[in-house]
Design a protein around this ligand. Sequence first.
Ligand code: 13P
Length: 256
Amino acid sequence: MTRKNLIAGNWKMNNTIPEAVVLAQEISNGIYPDILDEVDVAVCPPFVDLKPVKSVFEFDRVNIALGAQNVYWEPKGAFTGEISIPMIKEIGCTYCIVGHSERRHLFDETNEDVNLKVRALIEAGIAPIICVGESLSVRDEGVYLDFVTAQVRAAYAGVEAADAVNTVVAYEPVWAIGTGRTATPEQAEEVCAAIRATLADLFGVDVAEQVRVLYGGSMNEGNAELLLAEPDIDGGLIGGAALKASSFLEIVKAAK
Ligand code: 13P
């Protein structure tokens, strides 16, 4: 089964609207439209940048998808400071990152929160990019496969096999995020293969073979090709290197 690679840029809390428009325009200008037949590309800017970034891509008629970095599961109401799924859908998001380690660690997001978000996004037809990954201490204890696969099981609780097909998992070892210390292709493949085996256990091999499993954590133009050559790595969730158009575009090329 050949899965189309997905390269998604997670801009995190970077770029004011003018800065976001410049970066989106640079990405749009630099992308060869034909490459989008071979690689899916998405950017996930901060909420306030979504509309301006969408406008750039629409004006240029470039098929780069839009994702949010987080969302709340209730459709509306008295939830000061939160953003709903109908809101991000209306703006044109087709992806939404869920359970990023920064949200889990800095904002106490739990596996239960992640599951509620995943189910609500699926219901709305937006593909969740479900982030999982172990800290350095969990890796050093040697229990990282159990830890990560438990996160996967928790995220998908109550999800039907037919709905799991359009979800995405991103393996992001916490010790590799923003540290410049990338997992080796072998380390990343070991966990991504275990994630796929867990999906097969939950939903059957057919579905597991269709779900894209991304790697994230200091992926850049220098290491992307080797990581993406691994059989169970179907793309990347890119942080720092997604903030520079030339680096991001090199990673997209490496995903062909
Ligand atoms: P870096 O690429 O900056 O390590 O960030 C990875 C990440 O957290 C993407 O979601």
